[in-house]
Design a protein around this ligand. Structure first.
Ligand code: ARG
Length: 562
């Protein structure tokens, strides 16, 4: 049952001369406090049209409205029309809906199986997987899951940073100071050391930068020796990245990184030339932008291409290959200008599909209020953070539940759950101050708290001997009303999370549902009242299903025991 839609229709029958359905729907609010009803319609905008006070309008509307039986009553308070649901009908309806749909509850068919490509994670090879890339990874993965739940088909793309001048630098550094054995033993750490040393030395010796440029040119021209080293660096890096993806339970459909587009760049440059968009500037080739944006650099003096050129080739390739409806780039907000430029160039090239391109930016992970920089070697290694979280989860299990089966797997789920949730509960555009202590917290507003609530629900179901039944049931329990209102809201939360590319709404939602459930559990003896037991267990089951599904949409697993 869609209460909101019903309320919109009721209002529309009164207000059709002044507001359309879409507008009405957007105006409806879910009140914060229970005594303000379940749905609320503000009359402030109408005040201008009707030239009456909002409260006057609310009173008149409340009088005129005819309520169907699943609405209990209507009130006009401070310029709002507040609707109260019939709790009995609402409770029964949502419980039966979840019991029937199970993990499909909340699914929306909006996407009609159209394709969304999501470019996320995209770390740079020969460098450690940074905390910034962790943000892209967990946000992108969650958006992929939310998009699928919204009826889209998702192509997950890891646009590896495996091309560019930095590989010239690395090859020079390796040839000067590198030791093969050390790189084999500890590839990322060793390559990072070389990279940092290169920058230190280059400050004294300008020549090194020329050599690096020359070396990258050799790579782009297909020099075998250079390519061999590059390939080796890439393979070693991928091994390390895959360890992390495996821990996090994340998969990609494509690992086509920047290098993949090397042979597709000529075509981009040609296209730009045909459309007369390329201008010369100091020997380099650029596309000029309007609106005060700096020009987009396409080709350097020496004929080598840039990050932007490769992104243009990638966008065109992706559209040719997948015919996407939408294409998301989950990349830090420090790259906003880059994406504005790319999207503008594609528009200038006359691609109508540029409308489907969206940069989904996020804030920085700061350390002591400052950005972490790879160049200076100031990074926190994600692999270390993850393994610490997992170890801590293991210690917890040993202490509280040493009998637990599959300890290792549960520890992985809880440890990574803590790290992922710590990120996703924040609105993505906010900067996050890195704190290992916070990431490893298992109590309070954390992933493990939600996982623990889910495990508690599972254990109640086991203890109560809950058996699923196909019969529809009647459910009403005044104390359970806060849970019911939450359960009811799930589909709408998913819809908004998708529309606003905002997983934090789901993270906040599972926290609230957990709190409501734990409070209920503290007050109500679920298993003692035999008459109500079966109905209450059904409620517990609905909570369990919804928490598990909510966590899944964040990329977090929900163990039955922990
Ligand atoms: N490798 C880049 C970086 O670490 C991110 C790539 C994002 N994706 C893209 N298509 N540009 O900054």
């Amino acid at each position: 049952m869609d209460y909101k839609k019903d309320f919109v229709e009721i209002l529309f029958s009164q207000l059709q001369d002044n507001l359309d359905v879409q507008k009405l729907e957007n105006m409806i609010e879910i009140p914060k406090f229970e005594n303000q009803g379940d749905l609320s319609f503000p009359c402030f905008e109408l005040a201008k049209i009707f030239k009456k006070s909002p409260q006057q309008i609310a009173i008149e509307l409340a009088k005129k409205i005819k309520l169907p039986k699943h609405f209990q009553h209507v009130e006009a308070v401070s310029g709002y029309v507040n609707i109260f649901l019939n709790k009995q009908i609402a409770s029964t309806t949502v419980i039966n809906e979840i019991l029937t749909k199970k993990e499909y509850y909340g699914e929306i068919k909006n996407g009609n199986k159209k394709i969304i490509t999501i470019d996320f994670s995209s770390p740079n090879i020969a460098k450690p997987f940074s905390m910034g890339h962790l943000r892209s990874t967990v946000i992108g993965n969650s958006l992929a899951l939310i998009s699928e739940k919204s009826g889209y088909q998702v192509v997950r793309i890891n646009h590896l940073g495996d091309w560019g001048t930095q590989f010239g630098k690395l090859i020079v550094a390796y040839k000067l100071w590198g030791e093969k054995q050390k790189v084999i033993e500890n590839p990322i750490k060793e390559l990072l050391k070389l990279y940092v040393k290169f920058h230190e030395e280059a400050e004294q010796d300008e020549q090194l930068n020329d050599q690096a440029r020359h070396c990258f040119k050799m790579l782009e021209d297909g020099n075998e020796g250079a390519l061999e080293l590059w390939n080796w660096f890439k393979e070693e890096s991928l091994k390390e990245f895959n360890k992390i993806y495996q821990l996090l339970g994340i998969n990609f459909d494509s690992f086509n990184g920047e290098a993949f587009y090397n042979d597709k760049m000529v075509q981009v440059v040609q296209l730009l030339e045909e459309k007369n968009l390329l201008k010369e500037s100091d020997g380099a080739k650029i596309v000029e932008m309007e609106g005060g944006l700096p020009p987009c650099l396409i080709m350097k003096k020496d004929g080598t291409t840039l990050y932007a050129t490769r992104d243009l080739a990638a966008a065109i390739y992706r559209h040719d290959t997948y015919q996407f409806e939408k294409s998301f780039y989950v990349v830090g907000n420090e790259q906003s200008l880059h994406f504005k430029q790319i999207f503008t160039v594609l528009k200038k090239l006359g691609y109508e599909w540029h409308h489907g391109l969206t940069h989904v930016p996020f804030g920085m992970m700061l350390k002591d209020g400052k950005k972490m920089s790879t160049r200076k070697g100031k990074v926190v290694l994600l692999e270390e953070v993850l393994s610490e979280a997992i170890n801590l989860a293991k210690e917890n299990i040993e202490e509280k539940n040493p009998q637990l089966a599959a300890k290792e797997e549960v520890a992985r789920q809880v440890g990574t759950g803590a790290v992922i949730f710590h990120d996703l509960k924040n609105y993505r555009l906010n900067d996050i101050e890195f704190s290992l202590e916070d990431m490893l917290r298992f109590e309070g507003e954390t992933g493990p708290y939600v996982q623990y609530t889910h495990a508690r629900a599972s254990s109640i179901l086991r203890k109560g001997g809950y058996e699923e039944s196909l019969d529809l049931l009647t459910f009403y329990d005044e104390e359970a009303w806060p849970i019911i209102t939450k359960l009811k809201a799930f589909p709408d939360v998913i819809k908004r999370a998708f529309e606003e590319s905002d997983p934090s709404q789901i993270a906040k939602y599972v926290l609230e549902l957990s709190k409501a459930f734990n409070k209920y559990y503290g007050n109500v003896r679920i298993l003692d009242d035999l008459e109500q037991k079966q109905a209450r267990l059904s409620l517990v089951y609905c909570v369990q299903i919804t928490l598990k599904e909510g966590l899944r949409l964040l990329g977090i697993q929900a163990p039955e025991e922990m």
